[in-house]
Design a protein around this ligand. Structure first.
Ligand code: FES
Length: 82
């Protein structure tokens, strides 16, 4: 099995090749984004419909459930914000 290493909120994460960014983020935190009231949100549908899994991938807002983990990608979540 080939592995891919990327960074989630500054922490290196290694997942199997072909795994989603959501899988990589879930190994670090359950908080992908926060609502406008600060409520922590995470993946719900897993198929690009609910937008609850928004993260930044290399600075661009993306849906973690639809994005494949790529080597060296920098993922940023709202886990550390209130
Ligand atoms: S989990 Fe619903 S859009 Fe990603």
């Amino acid at each position: 099995m080939n592995l891919v290493t990327l960074t989630v909120d500054g922490r290196p994460v290694t997942v199997p090749e072909g795994a989603s960014v959501a899988a990589a983020v879930a190994t670090v935190t359950g908080v992908f984004r926060r609502s406008v009231r600060g409520t922590p949100r995470g993946p719900y549908c897993g198929m690009g419909q609910c937008f609850e899994c928004e993260v930044r991938i290399d600075g661009r807002i993306s849906l973690a459930c639809l994005a494949r983990a790529t080597p060296g990608a920098i993922i940023t979540t709202d886990a550390g914000t209130l």
